[in-house]
Design a protein around this ligand. Structure first.
Ligand code: SF4
Ligand code: SF4
Length: 243
């Protein structure tokens, strides 16, 4: 049973006659509001499967449309167009073209996870938002987001060295996104941290940023991780029909 809601009626579908008299009754303006009939023919019947194939989207099929996610959503509170429940509905119905209309705001999820705690069906709506944003990027509907670039830089570093070096990650992220390294907020943080940091720890951090230390005997773990990551990527590409 489809859910009828106002957000499905786009302003361009509303027709109002400024002057209209029917059988001698003046129904001008608001009284003559009509909604143009709409026929959806371009369903993507695999849309739910495609989102479910991406990390975070696995439980989308459990949604029963209660709306608790949207009611509790941080971003929805400031932008009513940000509506996780509605997008989950579109995905489950296969209404890809409707979903694409909101491609420029879906990525705005701030991962606060309020929706995840509110959801009575363990859909993990935060994960679904991430999976949907990822889907938009993989399908070429939106450019690669900065958060996706950050994830790539971070993952590449962990796989390569078996370590997390924040300095290198930030440097790599800024390089990939064309940002200068000497940003005011970063300089302020570095100065504050440097004031309190024991000398040895500061030295080790600087050394790790300049050189590329690796976890000892990491090569076998790296090979296993690389194989796993490639396998997962291949599975996703197949699920999204990108091959
Ligand atoms: S995680 Fe995203 S979708 Fe969920 S409540 Fe926070 S901003 Fe909204
Ligand atoms: S709270 Fe959960 S079950 Fe309710 S609409 Fe959101 S995702 Fe669906």
């Amino acid at each position: 049973m489809p859910i009828h809601e106002k957000s499905l009626i786009r302003p361009e579908q509303l027709k109002v006659h400024e002057k209209l008299v029917v059988d001698g009754v003046d129904v001008s303006g608001h009284w003559s509001t009509f909604i143009e009939p709409r026929v959806v023919t371009d369903y993507n019947e695999r849309l739910q499967e495609e989102i479910a194939a991406l990390p975070g989207g696995e439980y989308i099929h459990r949604c029963w449309q209660c709306g608790s996610c949207t009611n509790s959503c941080t971003v929805h509170a400031v932008n009513p167009d940000f509506n996780p429940r509605y997008w989950i509905y579109l995905v489950r119905m296969g209404m890809e073209s409707e979903l694409l209309r909101d491609r420029d705001i879906i990525w705005q999820c701030v991962s606060c996870n309020k929706c995840t705690y509110a959801c009575p069906r363990d859909v993990m709506p935060e994960g679904v938002m991430k999976a949907t944003a990822h889907w938009l990027e993989l399908k070429g509907h939106t450019p690669k987001s900065k958060s996706m670039i950050f994830d790539e830089v971070f993952t590449a570093q962990v796989i390569e060295t078996g370590r997390i070096e924040e300095g290198r990650t930030i440097r790599g992220f800024f390089e990939r996104t064309g940002q200068p390294l000497a940003q005011q907020w970063l300089v302020t943080i570095v100065k504050r941290v440097a004031r309190r940091l024991p000398f040895r720890q500061g030295f080790l951090m600087a050394w790790s940023t300049l050189f590329r230390p690796r976890t000892r005997k990491w090569s076998r773990a790296r090979a296993a991780l690389t194989e796993y990551v490639h396998g997962q990527e291949a599975k996703r590409r197949k699920a999204l029909n990108l091959e």
